[in-house]
Design a protein around this ligand. Sequence first.
Ligand code: ADP
Length: 305
Amino acid sequence: MKIVILSRDASLYSTRRLKEAGEARGHDMQVIDHMRCYMNITSHKPTVLYQGKPLEGVDAVIPRIGASNTFYGTAVVRQFEIMGVFTANTSMAISRSRDKLRSLQIMARRGIGLPVTGFAHSTKDIDGLVDIVGGAPLVIKLLEGTQGIGVVLAETQQAAKSVIEAFRGLDANILVQEFIKEAGGMDIRCFVIGDKVVAAMKRQGAPGEFRSNLHRGGSASRVRLTPEERSTAIRAARAMGLRVAGVDLLRSNHGPVVMEVNSSPGLEGIEQATGIDVGGKIIDFVVKQTAPKNTQQSDNDRIKY
Ligand code: ADP
């Protein structure tokens, strides 16, 4: 099977692992930089070109699109979908997952447990916004932030007001969230493939740090999920329309709550913490989904742009 990994950098751990796992299973694996692809979007013969040549005979695509390239990267994925190529995640699902507010709205509509969250455009309504989440302490998040940057814990009402005003003064979009204190600086990453959680790890923040991001000094280890956590992660991925997803949960007093759903979850942390061959499981899933051509075609036909 010919499988294309869309990635900007062939030396990244996740990209390398996917390539190795595919090759070990006898597939023709090609790493393609989506930002260097160009497209013929005419209707009779849609094509993706790379280094002067059309990409032909591709059976499946595994997108690894970075947050800063979502617009162009998803256009390339969409072009493959139009060509009838199976994609590990659809362009629409990737686009949705990149918008934190939209993601939370989609999951709320499906009744998935979320931290109580408020959002406003105007700073005139700060008091109302703070009331929504039950007052301080509360968490303020930049909508565009990643790796814990732009996630602030405001311990008092006054601190919350100042931070919200400062962010809004910079024209940044923010959301305000109830602080899940009982999580104790720990979150859980569930790696979902299809309708299964194939691996899960807990990440614990450095002492005194409420953010558990590994980039902020957190440490990761294997965790056993409760049935409720497992089903919450699967429902979250399904609500987002993601076939491969990293679902981040917090253990709250009112059950598991979803913080975020990632459409290009990294493999390094989860494989090291759990010893599970997650890369291999992605390849097996993609191959299985791609095999019956007719099913794959009708699946892509259902995609709305
Ligand atoms: P990013 O996408 O930048 O990683 P997150 O929303 O995942 O931002 O937040 C970073 C970390 O901060 C989380 O992994 C979690 O440990 C902690 N955190 C985020 N939101 C909350 C919250 N509402 N209550 C408690 N801890 C939180």
